[in-house]
Design a protein around this ligand. Structure first.
Ligand SMILES: Cc1cc2nc3c(=O)[nH]c(=O)nc-3n(C[C@H](O)[C@H](O)[C@H](O)COP(=O)(O)O)c2cc1C
Length: 192
């Protein structure tokens, strides 16, 4: 394991700059900047022309409050300052068939969104700490869509603005080394 901001092999700076802080500034994100993140997500690869991912945006107060009603308390403590929340869903079934790559394509799509946000000077924080059933009901999400995650988007504030208990969680995250997650030829075969 090593610190997530260090690399063994050189990579694009945006990957090193992206992380998930919990200190959001109460500052609006312009439409121009916000929609550019979703524009980036459109570039994710997908089979044929099946773009399985969908986003539900909450930037108006009334929509954010709907989201607050199903977000877990621990997450609410920091995400209420974020000006934008977006729920990520993907279409699991299409014409009664299982869409094999719905989750991987959708993961790529919101990965691109996060990276574009980093490039634009924004911070993002994904979460699954919310009540999925309530989210489905409150946001009228059809059964054929699965809920993947929710992301808070905004600008960074000072860590000192956070409650002490949350500040303590703002520590560097360790990552597996590349060689620990990469097999060669077949499962379990380490790179030599
Ligand atoms: C799918 C997903 C769900 C997550 N759920 C939560 C959550 O409910 N609450 C939280 O504070 N962080 C959550 N996180 C943030 C992770 O803890 C964080 O991304 C991880 O520690 C890696 O750190 P980094 O994004 O800063 O590199 C989630 C991240 C992902 C990708």
């Amino acid at each position: 394991m090593s610190h997530s901001r260090t690399t063994t092999y050189p990579i694009n700076q945006v990957f090193l700059d992206r992380w998930s802080p919990r200190f959001f500034l109460e500052k609006e994100v312009s439409d121009e900047v916000l929609f550019s993140l979703f524009e980036a997500s459109r570039r994710a690869s997908h089979p044929f022309n099946f773009q399985y991912w969908r986003f539900i945006l909450a930037r108006k107060q009334e929509d954010r409050e709907k989201f607050y009603s199903f977000i877990a308390e621990g997450n609410l403590a920091w995400c209420q300052k974020a000006p934008v929340l977006t729920l990520i869903i993907s279409e699991m079934n299409n014409k009664k068939e299982f869409n094999k790559s719905h989750s991987s394509d959708t993961g790529a799509a919101w990965g691109y969104l996060l990276l574009e946000a980093t490039k634009k000077g924004l911070i993002t924080h994904p979460m699954t700490g919310f009540d999925f059933k309530s989210a489905r009901r409150i946001l009228n999400i059809p059964e054929k869509y699965t809920i993947n995650a929710l992301v808070a988007i905004g600008y960074q504030d000072n860590k000192e603005e956070l409650p002490k208990i949350i500040q303590q969680r703002e520590n560097p995250i360790l990552r597996y080394e590349t060689k620990d997650v990469l097999f060669e030829g077949s499962f379990g075969q380490k790179i030599k």
